[in-house]
Design a protein around this ligand. Structure first.
Ligand code: G1P
Ligand code: ZN
Length: 543
């Protein structure tokens, strides 16, 4: 089999965002587009000759084609072995698990996460390092720099590899091993959680509903909830992964997981509901007629961690992304452990976990996880809640309300304005930056501005600095408004407005977040001139 060296021209738009390179499928299908990016990865990571790579994706449209291209390029670039998920599929946390378990040099994950799929949808690719986590900014910047200078790529002239059966094939001198990552992943979960207690809970009439949203977690959820934990048939909905997610938007939130939300708020609602996203790293947790915000979920998990066998010894520290509410900080303070505030994106947690500084991490964007892998992990979060519920024998709602009564409630919401003209969205951010000096010390409604800034982060482990990570308006009572432009969208710009108010008064804990935050929402709109500048009178999605 021959290695072909193909000459190519750089594409100038291959800058990885919050989580890898994400574009429309049509962009990835342009001749040489995917190949250029893959070669840029290989040129930047300095893998030794004969190294092992993990490879898999969320199964969306174009996954299979891309896997075959990457296999042939890996063979032509001197890799010795590639571990591929069966059918070319690996959930993002399972990919992280595989990289760590088999100690591969790194892995390539094909996913556009919660973005819609299908021929008109999105596709994505990212490189994860040997710790199992998304490459650091230093690496993604090197890949981007290489993509702007690339002149050729290497690919093996070979037939496609069969991927639907567990087994081994040679591709030139490279071994392709198709693995059963579902069982690797389920085994890892079984080592962390009290499966016997959860099995008892489910056998005792406790009802759960997990919505896989026709995305990657279906087979993992069937194996774990149905086969290993004995959940009755029907507990896992939309379990068959589809290339276009059944036309849906595989994002587990109150807007897109509406069937699940309806079931949990309807008559005869189950005790517990949960969902995961396109690639299995996000989670949404619901009790009967009760929504747990991801920020609260992180805090409750941290406060109850020692009820779970894998965390019995306690938590070394917690990290949360800057826009995530400070609910977890209060738990960290009570436990006398450190709490780190990082920029948005899971890649910033890796160093902290590798250095043993944190055990639990979370983002307000429905992402929670721990140092068992180096990605956020949807099913892990669901199992954590089931384990807590099995141990405490209380409802989801009463656990959260007791938590608020003890720590106070960080009332929280995020308002997204999607599909804005890029200049308009950037205009809002520029305008806000120009207001910093004028706003300091000013009273707005019941709040007084303590300070405003554009968040910047110095990694405590490697000293790297990440600037421009979001505009913060911090008030003297700890309430906050944050403005950020999304780094994962593929169409126009998305402006995110994050709102947080601290409420110690238990008699006000029952208030709907939108009601409790009404003043802050008004201030956010007034200060940013968002409605005028963006030409919108309401957000696209509220979470
Ligand atoms: C979004 C979330 C962020 C998350 C990322 C990947 O990024 O806000 O927390 O890490 O998706 O799931 P954004 O579009 O805001 O850049
Ligand atoms: Zn995801």
């Amino acid at each position: 089999m021959n290695v072909r060296i193909i000459s190519t021209q750089p594409f100038l738009d291959q800058k990885p965002g919050t989580s890898g390179l994400r574009k429309k499928v049509a962009v990835f299908r342009q001749p040489h587009y995917l190949e250029n990016f893959v070669q840029s990865i290989f040129d930047s990571i300095a893998a030794p000759q004969g190294a092992t790579l993990a490879l898999g994706g969320d199964g969306r449209y174009y996954n299979r084609t891309a896997i075959q291209i990457i296999l042939k390029m890996a063979a032509a670039n001197g890799f010795g072995r590639v571990l591929v998920g069966k059918g070319g599929i690996l959930s993002t946390p399972a990919a992280s698990c595989v990289i760590r378990k088999y100690q591969t040099f790194g892995g390539i994950i094909l996913s556009a996460s919660h973005n819609p799929g299908g021929p008109d949808g999105d596709f994505g690719i990212k490189f994860n390092s040997g710790n199992g986590g998304p490459a650091t900014e230093t690496v993604t910047e090197a890949i981007f720099a290489r993509s702007k200078a690339i002149g050729e790529y290497r690919i093996l002239d070979a037939p496609d590899v069969a991927l639907d059966e567990i087994g081994e094939t040679m591709l030139g001198a490279m071994r392709v091993q198709v693995i059963d990552a579902v069982s690797d992943y389920a085994g890892l979960m079984e080592s962390l959680f009290d499966f016997a207690a959860i099995r008892n809970l489910l056998a005792g009439g406790f009802q759960m509903k997990f919505d896989a949203m026709h995305a990657v977690t279906g087979p993992y959820a069937q194996e774990i909830f149905t086969n290993r934990l004995g959940a009755p048939a029907g507990s896992v909905a939309n379990a068959v992964p589809l290339e276009d997610f059944g036309g849906g938007h595989p994002d587990p939130n109150l807007t897109y997981a509406h069937d699940l939300v309806e079931a949990l708020y309807g008559a005869d609602a189950p005790d517990f509901g949960a969902a995961s996203d396109g690639d299995g790293d996000r989670n949404m947790i619901l009790g009967r007629r009760f929504f747990v915000t991801p920020s609260d979920s992180l805090a409750v998990i941290a406060a109850n961690a020692t009820l779970v066998p894998g965390y019995r010894k306690g938590v070394a520290g917690i990290a949360r992304s800057m826009p995530t509410s400070a609910a977890a900080d209060r738990v960290a303070q009570a436990l006398n452990i450190p709490c780190f505030e990082t920029p948005t994106g899971w890649k910033f947690f890796g160093n902290l976990m590798d250095a043993g500084k944190v055990t639990l991490c979370g983002e307000e964007s429905f992402g929670t996880g721990s140092d068992h892998v180096r990605e956020k992990d949807g099913l892990w979060a669901v199992l954590f809640w089931l384990n807590i519920l099995a141990a405490r024998k209380q409802s989801v709602e009463s656990i959260v309300r007791e938590h608020w009564a003890k720590y106070g409630r960080n009332v929280y919401s995020r308002h997204d304005y999607e599909g804005l003209p890029t200049e308009a969205a950037q205009g809002v951010i520029q305008h806000l930056k120009g207001c910093f000096t004028d706003l300091a010390g000013v009273r707005l409604g019941q709040y007084t501005v303590k300070f405003c800034d554009d968040f910047s982060y110095t990694d405590p482990v490697d000293g790297s600095v990440s600037k421009g990570q979001g505009i913060r308006i911090i008030f003297t009572d700890g309430s906050r408004i944050v403005f950020r432009l999304s780094g994962t969208g593929t169409e126009g710009a998305t402006l995110r407005v994050y709102l947080e108010a601290y409420e110690a008064d238990t008699s006000r804990h029952h208030l709907d977040a939108q009601v409790a935050l009404a003043d802050l929402i008004r201030i956010a709109l007034q200060v940013s001139e968002l409605e005028l500048r963006a030409g919108r009178d309401k957000p696209t999605v509220i979470t």
